[in-house]
Design a protein around this ligand. Structure first.
Ligand code: C5P
Length: 218
């Protein structure tokens, strides 16, 4: 099988999840959503009642938690200690706290080990904030997806149904600033990544561009 690693980084609402899944499916690759893993650990930390102002308490709660990711792009799964948390990780409560949890170095190290184990010999599209920079710096294909904040907020609001656009936009920008400002593995456009501003394109158009790029670089 293929040993390619496609690293897909970018902020939320950039189109990275939909694009990654579609590209993985079309090319017969596995798919890993690392954001879902950070969200899963956040759910576990919340359930443990840890003080979210205390990085050591977050690290302690995360240390005893087992996260498992299923990598079929058509049916990605995520569990915490064997329990399906797919719905839970999309709640506002988790979204509100995930960037704080993801800034704790021990949390990142634990997931880094897991992410590298899953990537293994490749054949996978991996999406996140630090994939091309830290998790898989040797990835053959690195992409950095962006979109206008207004477009990002519009997409997220449509996905979430209820939330209003202004609140969603404020929330996206708040998370961007925490994610790109943290000391350990900040969200960045990796060196050598192809930048793609998805604002003017449909999902299908973005998928076609990424597939063309993967074929050209492998
Ligand atoms: O991609 P998603 O928006 O679901 O990610 C949720 C959060 O998880 C991000 O805002 C970020 O704090 C964290 N994250 C991260 N590193 C990654 C993926 C996600 O810090 N590779």
């Amino acid at each position: 099988g293929s040993t390619v690693v496609v690293a897909m980084d970018g902020p939320s609402g950039s189109g990275k999840s939909s694009t990654s899944r579609a590209v993985a499916h079309r090319l017969g690759l596995r798919y890993l959503d690392t954001g879902a893993q950070f969200r899963a650990l956040t759910a576990a930390v919340l359930d443990a009642g840890a003080d979210l102002e205390d990085p050591d308490a977050i690290a302690a709660a995360a240390a005893t938690t087992r996260v498992e990711s299923g990598t079929d792009p058509q049916h990605p799964t995520i569990t915490v200690d064997g329990v399906d948390v797919a719905a839970r990780i999309r709640t506002q409560e988790v979204t509100d706290h995930v960037s704080a949890v993801a800034s704790v170095p021990q949390v990142r190290q634990r997931l880094l080990d897991l992410q590298r184990a899953i990537i293994g010999d490749g054949g996978i599209v991996v999406e996140g904030r630090d994939i091309g920079s830290v998790v898989a710096p040797d990835a053959e294909v690195k992409l950095y997806l962006t979109a206008d904040p207004a477009a990002r907020a519009q997409r997220r609001t449509a996905e979430n149904g209820a939330a209003d656009v202004d609140a969603t936009r404020a929330d996206l920008l708040r998370r961007d600033s925490i994610d790109s400002g943290r000391a350990t593995a900040p969200a960045v456009a990796p060196d050598g990544a192809v930048h793609l501003d998805t604002t003017p394109y449909t999902l299908d158009e973005v998928v076609e561009q990424v597939i063309a790029l993967v074929r050209q670089q492998t």
